[in-house]
Design a protein around this ligand. Structure first.
Ligand code: ADP
Ligand code: ZN
Length: 709
């Protein structure tokens, strides 16, 4: 028997594993020590083989199995294999997300010393202490030395004496078997409404992945809770993925009513490496029934996975933008398939990807069209930012000011969204409604002022500076206006408009850690504040019952138009906004926008999600964009990135001619963290067929990119 082993050593060329002769007790997922050149290294068995693949090299033998039970389950290893095939990475790269950084011996159970009773001869025992120890051991299979010390006051000397006399026997056991984990029972079952109950029935009737399309405040969380309870009652475990921002105390406390805290593991990006390793170990030991976390929580080492839930499945944070550039949704689908687990995606504004799968029957489409207790959706008003006379109060329209006054007079709360922090603004043409863009980066310039007060344009991504143009570069209109203002400036203005209101500002500048977010939410819930002003990344997803006014000050900011996903993003943002208002009493929403006639704005204002999704899907099919087609992006970095990109682009065009396939290709520079990189983008029904014609060494490959040219 032979084993394919991925070693922890990072040497190149062996990223897809080496073959070793097996010892006999290995299974897929076992951690082993293997010889590599002149040293011993850690590795993980990824496949068992009857026969060797190649005969030419000297076969070496696995030195040692580090732990009998596998580090990862077969389903998890198969998912890693799927990832490396789908995302074109080495198996080591894709396994990297599943395992803590080596050495893996650190996460394996330690040997623990313990004792069991051999014989009880009363005459052999001296003193009360010895009798106490023996009595504590009676009727027990094995007790750790630590426990004997704590409970029966046993010192090392006493135990050594008892061992010498033959009263007790010393035996090492692995940590896990030493402390068998008890499965924590469900504390309190959710009480589903009839509509929620029907949705739940519909989900469990069919094992295939389901999309729970439920309006904001329909109570999707209650359905998640019910499914988690079902899973645990079947002796299995669950993962709940949430966008990082929703990892708040409030949403966690919902699940603490379902399960004891120690049966839940919270995994997020703020954990230190040590905390992460400890959680990993705890999850693998079987003590955890529910993992809640951001996208990487999908890789938790649960051995009996029965359920994967992805909340707000449309969120962009589910895409990893580093190697391996996986999407949590696609990867969850593979993991669910290999482990026989149920997969449920939840959203009020499904991604077009999931929507098209639901329409084609790949996913089971489960609707939850009304809010909990039939609370009405808020009324939505649209303010045209071009037509409105603001005076010095921009971006506070008279309608918005009046609505805030009324909301405060009713002693209710308001949430104001802004897409941008700081003080920056961009230059907008009031005629064609496009922004002045930096030719180099294709991103909007921001307006700055010299110390003498003279305005100039700066592109933050490239550092390029330009004069303010006299006319619009697109339509030559002279009506150019600096628009946009950061949260800081707006807070100032807001406070002067409503001097008595208690205002909280929440953006990444004011919130460095989750503790602050928790504080803000507590103050809102306890009604110690009247207005919450925040960037959308911070404010979306909140469940604040006192909020009856939600407004977006400038809906168009921060979206790099034109982008084929821009409409989808605006729609999602606006629907999120409508979701914040009127969650327990009737509410109101105000959308201030430069594009009041845009279909996504109108659809969001009328709560016509399904119509928007169907129309948008038609546009994607017509325009040959995902999900109607597939995209692959090649990223090239370094000093000769441009030459490299242009050469690759030529090779792509040759490959298209050879394969005679319907693929469009583009090449362009872009800016990433201040440095220039080049991208080659493929878009078509089967761009993968081109790959075998291309030399992709030193190229970063991004399958299904969400950010594109
Ligand atoms: P969604 O995630 O669909 O936006 P939530 O799950 O946050 O909605 O539910 C909205 C509000 O309604 C929450 O405050 C929640 O506690 C309440 N709610 C929903 N369903 C129930 C239920 N079955 N029993 C009690 N409260 C519920
Ligand atoms: Zn113009």
């Amino acid at each position: 028997m032979y084993c394919k082993v991925i070693t922890a050593s990072r040497s190149s060329g062996i990223g897809n594993g080496l073959t070793y002769e097996a010892q006999g007790d290995e299974t897929v997922g076992t951690a082993v020590r293997v010889p590599l050149r002149k040293t011993l290294v850690e590795g993980i068995v990824v496949a068992l083989q009857e026969q060797r693949e190649q005969e030419e090299y000297d076969l070496r033998k696995i030195q040692e199995t580090m732990d009998q039970s596998p580090l990862l389950s077969e389903a998890q290893i198969r998912t890693a294999q799927w990832m490396s095939e789908y995302y074109l990475t080495t198996l080591r790269q894709s396994l990297g997300v599943w395992l803590p950084p080596p050495p893996w011996s650190r996460v394996l159970p330690k040997d623990i010393i313990g004792y069991s009773l051999v014989e009880r001869h009363a005459e052999m025992l001296r003193g009360k202490k010895q009798i106490e120890i023996v009595e504590y051991l009676m009727g027990k299979d094995w007790v750790s030395q630590e426990e004997l010390r704590m409970v029966a006051g046993a010192t090392q000397d006493m135990l050594r004496t008892l061992k010498k006399k033959g009263v007790v026997k010393e035996e090492k056991r692995k940590e896990e078997t030493a402390r068998p984990s008890k499965v924590s029972p469900i504390l309190e079952l959710p009480k589903l409404s009839p509509a929620q109950e029907a949705a739940h029935e519909f989900i469990i009737r069919d094992p295939k992945p389901a999309l729970l399309f439920g309006v904001t405040a329909s109570g999707k969380t209650e359905i998640y809770a019910q499914l988690i309870a079902d899973t645990i009652n079947q002796g299995k475990q669950a993962i709940l993925l949430v966008p990082e921002i929703l990892l708040t105390e409030h949403s966690i406390s919902r699940f603490e009513r379902l399960l004891k805290r120690e049966a839940i593991s919270i995994v997020h990006s703020k954990l230190t490496e040590k905390e992460r390793r400890d959680e990993w170990k705890r999850i693998r030991s079987g003590a955890v029934s529910l993992v809640i976390g951001s996208r990487s929580a999908l890789f938790s080492p649960l051995q009996k996975l029965g359920l994967i839930l992805i909340d707000e499945e449309h969120e962009w944070t589910y895409k990893n933008e580093q190697m391996p550039r996986y999407h949590a949704r696609e990867t969850a689908e593979a993991l669910a398939r290999f482990s026989g687990a149920r997969l449920l995606l939840g959203s009020a504004t499904p991604s077009l990807e999931s929507w098209s799968r639901a329409k084609s029957g790949t996913y089971n489409l489960v609707r939850l069209p009304t809010r909990f207790e039939d609370r009405p959706l808020p009324t939505v008003k649209i303010v045209d930012l071009v037509d409105t006379k603001f005076g010095k109060l921009y971006p506070f329209s008279p309608l918005l000011i009046e609505s805030i006054h009324q909301c405060l007079a009713r002693r209710e709360q308001a949430v104001l969204f802004l897409n941008r922090r700081g003080m920056a603004s961009s230059l907008l043409c009031l005629k064609c409604r496009r922004r002045v863009i930096c030719a180099e980066s294709q991103l909007p310039f921001t307006v700055h002022h010299t110390s003498h007060g003279r305005p100039y344009l700066l592109d933050h991504s490239t550092g390029l500076i330009a004069e303010v143009p006299p006319k619009c570069p697109h339509c030559e209109s002279t009506e150019l206006r600096p628009v946009g203002a950061g949260t800081q400036k707006i807070e100032f203005l807001l406070q002067s408009l409503f001097p008595k209101a208690r205002i909280i500002r929440a953006d990444r500048d004011t919130m460095q850690d989750p503790e602050e977010m928790r504080g803000i939410l507590r103050r809102m819930r306890d009604h110690q504040a009247d207005i919450l002003l925040g960037t959308q990344a911070v404010v979306k997803g909140l469940d604040l019952p006192q909020v009856t006014l939600a407004a977006v000050l400038i809906a168009d900011l921060g979206l790099s138009l034109p982008h084929f996903r821009a409409g989808e993003r605006v729609f999602q943002l606006l629907t999120q906004l409508t979701g914040r208002s009127g969650r327990s009493k009737p509410g109101e929403v105000i959308i201030q926008t430069f594009r009041p006639d845009a279909p996504e704005v109108i659809a969001a204002s009328k709560h016509e999600t399904e119509k928007f999704l169907n129309d948008e899907l038609k546009l994607r099919i017509y325009g040959e964009y995902p999900p109607a087609t597939h995209m692959i992006r090649f990223i090239l970095r370094g000093s000769d990135a441009e030459k490299h990109a242009r050469r690759l682009f030529m090779d792509v065009q040759k490959a298209i001619a050879v394969e005679k396939c319907e693929v469009k290709a583009y090449v362009a520079p872009t800016f990433f963290g201040g440095s220039k990189e080049w991208h080659v983008l493929l878009r078509g029904t089967s761009p993968r067929t081109l790959l075998r014609h291309l030399d992709l060494s030193d190229v970063f490959i991004d399958i299904d990119p969400t950010e594109t040219l």
